[in-house]
Ligand binder design. Structure first.
Ligand code: SF4
Ligand code: SF4
Length: 442
């Protein structure tokens, strides 16, 4: 294991833009091209743009470190051509690295999806059910690369950049200690006119974020945005429709227009995912698992079918999520592993403008100027989830009553298992060690 891989592992770095895959594992792989994902295709989020503008030097240094670790001969930063102020900061820094180039992308959704980004930046198509490594490419979010750079200097991951948007008085980009409560995050963003019991919070962007009710939740290493909305907003009602109702409507209403297939990013990449056929299979009450049903494994849950494509506002995405749970419970694995030779003919002219996606969410009112706040707020209590990454939960190495300093290890990845270390994000007293989290009071 190289020195850098050890440092990244020790620092507890995980992917900032996805499910939280431990970065030291990626750093130990061998690839030809390393991609920095700065596409930030989720409307209403400005986190990656902020990081690239303010920390261009650190992010490029982190990319170079990952290129060296993985043997990548080329580094590419993928970001939208419309991020003019970001490019102003990034281009002079990138010019210092002859093996790093900047790829300017169209402002479409979901250009930040790993597989779409790989195709746009390299022309390579990730096989069905595969990952970028299958085509010699690795991808890290730009904040992850910033954290890699910090890890190389012995600094642990304790802070998270978060876009605060929606019904807060000072929408903007903030840096919070990991484990900050939604309550404190909303207060830092100027508070809200909504009573807490009337709030719903989207953790992530409006296309793929998870909806949570109330403020009793905490920022994780993977939280890139919090969008505060009234809990009776049409967007929230649509996203939280009971599963049974969703299935019933789907079964009875789908008219087989195939718009969901024609706009599906994975179908357009050449994968055998045809959402309308899955819907038809469900309408016909097919028994599991014919290939039309197992196609659900190929869905990246991007939400294009639900938000943009379907004229009846049905959600193949939610149906696929349900099918996957069922397939998992039955032990049915993904049988689709075909390598497409080319993208579909319609690939170029079916791209979805980001603003069109936003308009379809019904959240256009929240597209506004962003305040930016770098200083940490006086967060007096954090709650650190032991599982905020792919793999096994971290195992506490502190006890109630211990004093800890910010950056100190408080839970370690279990020996020999995939996981990530966890560090105190504020200095203070460990006020509780629980089955799934550790609380620290500053
Ligand atoms: S969520 Fe819908 S559009 Fe997106 S990959 Fe899945 S089926 Fe395709
Ligand atoms: S777009 Fe909607 S109505 Fe049309 S095939 Fe897909 S799910 Fe059915």
């Amino acid at each position: 294991m190289s020195e850098l891989v050890k440092l990244i592992q020790e620092a507890g770095v995980v992917g900032a833009g996805g499910a939280g895959f431990p970065t030291h594992v990626k750093a130990g792989s061998r690839v030809q091209i390393f991609l920095a994902n700065g596409a930030e295709c989720e409307p209403l989020l400005y986190t990656d743009q902020y990081m690239m503008r303010v920390y261009a030097r650190e992010i490029l240094a982190g990319l170079k470190l990952m290129m060296n670790a993985t043997g990548a001969a080329r580094g590419i930063v993928g970001l939208k051509a419309e991020y003019h102020d970001v490019l102003e900061a990034l281009e002079p820094e990138a010019a210092k690295y002859p093996d790093i180039e900047i790829k300017k992308l169209q402002s479409v959704y979901p250009s930040g999806d790993e597989q779409s980004l790989v195709y746009e930046c390299t022309g390579r198509i990730v096989p069905e059910g595969g990952i970028p490594l299958n085509v010699g490419v690795a991808v890290d979010n730009v904040e992850t690369l910033y954290n890699v750079y910090q890890a190389s200097r012995g600094v642990s991951l304790t802070m998270r950049t978060v876009t605060m948007n929606g019904e807060v008085r000072r929408p903007g980009v903030y840096r919070f200690p990991v484990g900050t409560s939604y309550t404190d995050a909303v207060a830092a963003a100027g508070g809200s006119d909504l009573p807490a019991d009337q709030m719903a919070v989207v953790d992530g962007g409006p296309m793929m974020g998870a909806v949570r009710f109330g403020l009793g939740h905490f920022i994780k290493k993977t939280t890139g945005g919090l969008i505060v909305l009234p809990k009776d907003h049409g967007y929230i009602l649509r996203r939280t429709m009971p599963k049974s109702r969703e299935t019933l409507i789907t079964v009875s209403a789908c008219c087989q227009c195939r718009a969901c297939t024609d706009l599906c990013p994975r179908y357009l990449l050449g994968h055998d995912l045809e959402p309308h056929k899955v819907m038809r299979a469900i309408q016909n009450r097919m028994e599991l698992p014919p290939s039309q049903i197992t196609q659900a494994w190929l869905c990246c849950l991007c939400g294009v079918c639900e938000t943009v494509a379907c004229p009846l506002q049905l959600s193949p995405r939610n149906v696929f999520a349900m099918i996957r749970d069922e397939l998992r419970a039955k032990g049915v694995q993904n049988p689709h592993h075909r390598q497409p030779e080319a993208v579909r003919d319609s690939y170029e002219y079916t791209k979805i403008p980001k603003m069109r996606a936003l308009a379809r969410t019904g959240l256009m009112d929240y597209y506004k100027h962003m305040h930016e706040q770098e200083l940490p707020f006086p967060i007096r209590k954090v709650s650190l989830a032991l599982q905020q990454h792919v793999g096994a939960p971290a195992v506490p190495v502190v006890a109630t009553g211990d004093r800890v300093n910010a950056g100190q290890l408080v839970a370690r990845a279990p020996e020999g298992k995939l996981g990530a270390n966890l560090h105190a994000s504020i200095s203070g007293l460990v006020s509780g060690v629980f089955q799934d989290h550790i609380e620290i009071e500053g």
